[in-house]
Design a protein around this ligand. Sequence first.
Ligand SMILES: Cc1cc2nc3c(=O)[nH]c(=O)nc-3n(C[C@H](O)[C@H](O)[C@H](O)COP(=O)(O)OP(=O)(O)OC[C@H]3O[C@@H](n4cnc5c(N)ncnc54)[C@H](O)[C@@H]3O)c2cc1C
Length: 380
Amino acid sequence: MSKRVLISGASIAGPALAHCLAGYGFEVAVVERAPHLRPGGQAVDIRGVGKDVIRRIGLDAQIRAAMTDTKGMGVVDRDGIEIDRIMADEHGGDGAVAEIEILRGELAKVFYEATQDRVEYRFGDHITSLTETSAGMDVGFASGHREVFDMVIGADGLNSGVRSLAFEAPDCIRDLGLLVALATVPNKLGLDNWWLVHTDGVRTTGIRSVRGNAEAITHLGFPGDRSDFDRGDVAGQKALVRKRMGDMGWETPWLLDQLDTAKDFYFDSISQVYLPSWSTGRVALLGDAAYCPAATSGQGTNLAIIGAYVLAGELAKADGDHTIAFPAYERVLRDFVEGNQKMGADNARSFLEDSEHRMEHMDFDEMNTIMNNIDLPHYA
Ligand SMILES: Cc1cc2nc3c(=O)[nH]c(=O)nc-3n(C[C@H](O)[C@H](O)[C@H](O)COP(=O)(O)OP(=O)(O)OC[C@H]3O[C@@H](n4cnc5c(N)ncnc54)[C@H](O)[C@@H]3O)c2cc1C
């Protein structure tokens, strides 16, 4: 009988794992707290061995078809004068702008569409209890439903609900001292597949055209941590962004004016997750829930996809025996993950240093070495 796996979270890690597990014949359900697949977010990058993985799992063509067409990035001063320029094809396509760059929402859609016929998605619900019994994991849901699964995987992000329920890890999130807001705005500057960034030293305003230049996404980054905002209070988050970024020059004032009417708004801390173990009993964590490397590493999406590939591969290799597969998954990935987390923390520190020219000092060759520093197993 095939093993039944419940995955919590339908962003990147969850649907990527669902795709790999369904391919091996596991019976998979995904529960997502949001009422539908969440749109929004910036462009995310697939780099280094992440590129191998999307080929191996058969989604290279679909992902490339949904890519952005960003040609590069200009760094501008307060008056909009360009002081630096980075093109997408620099550093073999693994520089500041990656060769495979895709909006996070579009990438989630690719994984969702590749799995929706083979995987049961349950939107608008979440896990409220996890009890290990001799029959498996007895799972209680907010909807009142109960069900037993062989395994539960928490792919539910930085503030993972599965992690809170199954792990004793109250201090596992480390803030790196930055907050970031993202929103879709009009492409008022007429950017042509282009990305502009302005920094006053520690704060950053960026805007890039997306979706065939029909609109743009702004990102507003500034110092702060999770104690500065309430996760449930979106109006308060927008007010905080306006307060901290209000005196920032360049195009910032009109971008701040867009926040109230933007069709999407995403706000979070730049943080990392450190756990001594990524599994306990029949429960394992994946992606940001287990080992968030922070957006400053540029590797959150890659680690989620690579992790999904390894976790599914190890489960298939162990014929569904989680007692063998979960430790093996961690053995394959841990050093690689820790290298990427160190890079994310180092980059965050440099972002907090007062420099308009920080891009010039970023060592993309060293970063590419870290992003490729894993001997990725081939799974049948
Ligand atoms: C809307 C959104 C926008 C983002 N934008 C960016 C960006 O611009 N740049 C960037 O670097 N990273 C962004 N991220 C984070 C990025 O997707 C991750 O760092 C990376 O891709 C790893 O993904 P993940 O699937 O592990 O976690 P996440 O992408 O964080 O996904 C977690 C998923 O779990 C769901 N969830 C949370 N709690 C529960 C629960 N209790 N039960 C069920 N489901 C739950 C969430 O709604 C979400 O769909 C964004 C994430 C989201 C959700």
